[in-house]
Design a binder for this molecule. Structure first.
Ligand code: PLP
Length: 382
């Protein structure tokens, strides 16, 4: 179906942060499969873990237990440092579907009937997650939705406070909005959201599908505010390219969904779970959180130091940045970058997203910074 339009390039191979197309063209991958390829391409640890698992036991369904899913759930809970329960899925949108079902059940047991989410939020394309997605262009034609969702401006604590009453079941929030263009709220907003939810008795659901697993230089972005959500959703970078997601319920939120309430044939399948374990181990073993902070700051600093009429600045944290433009030429920048050997993403008309593999080297980041002025120049002309 023509849902993606015609992609400009067919990729055939990757190694580290470099990918090659079908004609032998070489690119520095600065988008990493939309913040997914955390270890880059063909990382030996991922190759070994996936190969070993597929040769041992590729699938069980959830009628049976297997070791990688148990180890992965325990590993995530260990990193989160709080009592929790984990439901494993195949994707981000499914992690949010699980969170939404959990929140619906919590609401029904407590006389709570509606949900709050943020304008411009992106939570996924399936109908539950789409109902929480605050982008009219992709949402409206598929309504009406199964749940009542009220949208507030992102980062506006007063609006959030007014919207969250005793009838609100849950607030869904990205600690930083990825698809909106790597937009962070004012400092302390996530903490304010925690207090607002506590005062009203609503659940706080953090959608960290794009922001977690080292992307900002920390395991989880909500840690920047030092508070825990009730529910956390993960995907993307967790599997390093293998499809996996997770819905984590902390404390009592971990047991809202009971036996028979939810399920998935593939969710948490052994190969994807083994891949996720390899990702987490490698991030730790290679010291990638520190690396992300250092190389991310270098990349952002390099971009900020460029003077060009099309460049308005750079925002974001770690290896999750948006190059901001003075006009809506991001598609042109994306094309010019590709022609110069760099894959970037025109996430908004005036913002170009960078979410490279966490293993990108300082030299590779410098190469992009060196090329950016001529890319911007090429994108400035019709
Ligand atoms: N939530 C956030 C914050 C996302 O960025 C995305 C994908 O971009 C999703 C949910 C949906 O994840 P998926 O595309 O794996 O279904």
């Amino acid at each position: 179906m023509p849902t993606y339009g015609l992609p400009p390039v067919a990729l055939v191979r990757g190694e580290g942060s470099t990918v090659w197309d079908a004609d032998g063209g070489e690119y520095l991958d600065l988008i990493g499969g939309i913040a997914v390829s955390s270890l880059g391409h063909a990382h030996p640890a991922l190759v070994e873990a996936v190969s070993r698992q597929v040769a041992t036991l590729a699938h069980t369904s959830n009628l049976f237990l297997h070791e990688p899913e148990v180890l992965l759930a325990e590993r995530l809970i260990g990193l989160l440092g709080a009592p929790a329960r984990v439901f494993l899925t195949n994707s981000g949108t499914e992690a949010n579907e699980a969170a939404l079902k959990l929140a619906i059940k919590y609401g029904r047991t407590n006389g709570r009937t509606y949900f709050v989410a943020a304008e411009n939020a992106f939570h996924g394309r399936t109908l539950g997650a789409l109902s929480l997605t605050g982008k009219p262009s992709i949402r409206d034609q598929f309504g009406p939705f199964p749940v009542d969702v009220r949208f507030v401006p992102y980062g506006d604590a007063d609006a959030l406070k007014n919207a969250v009453t005793q009838e609100c079941a849950a607030v869904f929030l990205e600690p930083t909005q990825g698809e909106a263009g790597v937009v962070s709220p004012p400092d302390g907003h996530f903490r304010a959201a925690r207090e607002i939810c506590d005062a009203a008795g609503a659940l706080l659901v953090a959608d960290e599908i794009q922001s977690a697993i080292g992307r900002t230089g920390h395991w989880f972005a909500h840690r920047h505010d030092g508070v825990l959500p009730d529910v956390l959703t993960l995907a993307k970078g967790l599997g390093g390219g293998m499809p996996i997601g997770a819905c984590v319920g902390f404390g009592p939120a971990g047991t809202v969904l009971a036996k028979g309430d939810h399920g998935s044939t593939f969710g948490g399948n052994p190969v994807s779970a083994a891949a996720a374990l390899a990702v987490l181990d490698t991030i730790e073993r290679q010291g990638l959180l520190e690396h992300v902070r250092t190389v991310g700051a270098r990349l952002a600093g390099g971009i900020a130091a460029i003077g060009h009429p099309l460049l308005a600045g750079v925002r974001g944290r770690g290896l999750w940045l948006a190059v901001l433009l003075t006009s809506g030429r991001s598609e042109r920048v994306q094309t010019a970058a590709r022609q110069a050997g760099f894959l970037v993403n025109a996430v908004q008309p005036d913002a170009v997203r960078l979410a490279p593999p966490l293993v990108i080297t300082a030299e590779q980041a410098d190469a992009f910074v060196a090329a950016l002025p001529s890319i911007l120049e090429a994108a400035s002309h019709d």
